[in-house]
Ligand binder design. Structure first.
Ligand SMILES: NC(=O)c1ccc[n+]([C@@H]2O[C@H](COP(=O)([O-])OP(=O)(O)OC[C@H]3O[C@@H](n4cnc5c(N)ncnc54)[C@H](OP(=O)(O)O)[C@@H]3O)[C@@H](O)[C@H]2O)c1
Length: 336
């Protein structure tokens, strides 16, 4: 049987790149699917390395509909992720996401996976109206649901890669600190986007009928800042003796962001994004059981979701833990 083509947008980035690798390096998935990897610049190294893995690399731009038709034509499946941090506008991100959805429908795509997030304004009843990088993606999810095409929604958790050398850094004196505008017990849905997006999304494509219409949450678990520090101390007991968590007041955090050139709405968006964790839940306080059972059957329990006990084993790749992730971070190299 001819292989089905899956077109992956954002293929040179963290989420899309993980999916391309995960499918092409998996004997079962690569016997069923071929991958078309989309970039705006096929000459760059990240695009060339996708080609060397066996992906068909094509160029397209979310802002150019003709290029989207050419990239999507003949595809059985599409994965789409937009990059808020390039456009800095929920409206622009929404237009890009909707364009891929419209073209997917027009080209007869059989399964679309949209990298979505919650509408925080709605979830918080207007208390957190400024988390633009979530709300625009949620509007695209709502739009796709209305289009009536077979689709599912991958909600990426908080990237572990946001921490090392950024929110979790050496103060300059060998003492490490995690500093966030969130309380020590805020539940963070922790996610290794580069290693694990493919584990979840590949499982979604392979089991598209089961996950159609559903949200799948990309996260290993909920981890609090206290637990992040505790586990860091277990890996690096010597360094860990002086490692602390500091909850930053919103104005201090905004001042730090202002120092990096971030405009006020983006500073406020990030403050509200961190408030979301404890006040309303990054995933609206949903449990991860169903999503993890898609990723690995070891979490399946007859007491959690009865329908899943009937499901065959879907995938056996465990998502990455913070300890595993931290041990291989270059900025932590040499710590003991
Ligand atoms: N950081 C977090 O904790 C977190 C959590 C959940 C969700 N997110 C979301 O993740 C998204 C970014 O995903 P990522 O980290 O996987 O991406 P990334 O590593 O930043 O890479 C961005 C990708 O988007 C592609 N792209 C950007 N503009 C494009 C355009 N106009 N046309 C076609 N392709 C375009 C780029 O392709 P080329 O440059 O090769 O063309 C690249 O592959 C953001 O929207 C963010 O809100 C982040």
């Amino acid at each position: 049987m001819a292989k089905q083509t899956i077109t992956v947008f954002g293929a040179t980035g963290k989420q899309g790149g993980s999916i391309v690798k995960s499918i092409l390096e998996d004997p079962k998935a690569s016997s069923q699917f071929q991958v078309r990897a989309v970039t705006r610049d096929a000459s760059k190294d990240s695009a060339k390395s996708l080609a060397s893995l066996g992906a068909e690399v094509v160029t397209a731009d979310f802002n150019d509909k003709d290029s989207l038709h050419a990239a999507i034509k003949g595809s059985w499946g599409v994965f789409s992720v937009t990059n808020f941090w390039e456009v800095f506008s929920a409206d622009a991100e929404e237009a890009q996401g909707k364009a891929v959805a419209d073209v997917s429908k027009a080209e007869g795509v059989k399964f679309l996976i949209w990298s979505s997030l919650f509408d925080v304004n709605k979830l918080s009843n207007g208390v957190l109206p400024g988390v633009y990088h979530f709300d625009g993606k949620a509007r695209v999810e709502e739009y796709i649901r209305g289009l009536g095409i077979p689709a599912a929604y991958f909600h990426a958790g908080f990237f572990m890669s946001n921490l090392p050398g950024q929110f979790f850094r050496d103060n300059g004196d060998g003492n490490w600190a995690l500093a966030l505008p969130a309380p020590a017990d805020a539940p963070i849905p922790f996610f290794d986007a580069e290693a694990d997006t493919g584990k979840f999304v590949k499982a979604m494509f392979l089991n598209h009928e089961k996950v159609s219409g559903k949200r799948i949450y990309g996260a290993t678990n909920y981890t609090t800042p206290t637990e992040i520090i505790d586990q860091f101390k277990e890996i690096f007991p010597n360094t860990g003796k002086k490692t602390v968590f500091a909850q930053l007041p919103a104005d201090v955090f905004k001042g730090i962001m202002a120092g990096t050139g971030a405009p006020e709405p983006i500073q406020e968006a990030m403050v509200q994004n961190f408030r979301l964790l404890k006040e309303f839940g990054y995933f609206g306080n949903d449990k991860l059981d169903y999503s993890l059972s898609v990723c690995t059957c070891t979490f399946v329990s007859p007491f959690i979701d009865h329908s899943l006990t009937m499901a065959p084993k879907l995938l056996t790749e465990e998502p990455t833990t913070w300890k595993e992730f931290a041990k291989r971070q270059p900025v932590f190299a040499g710590l003991n």
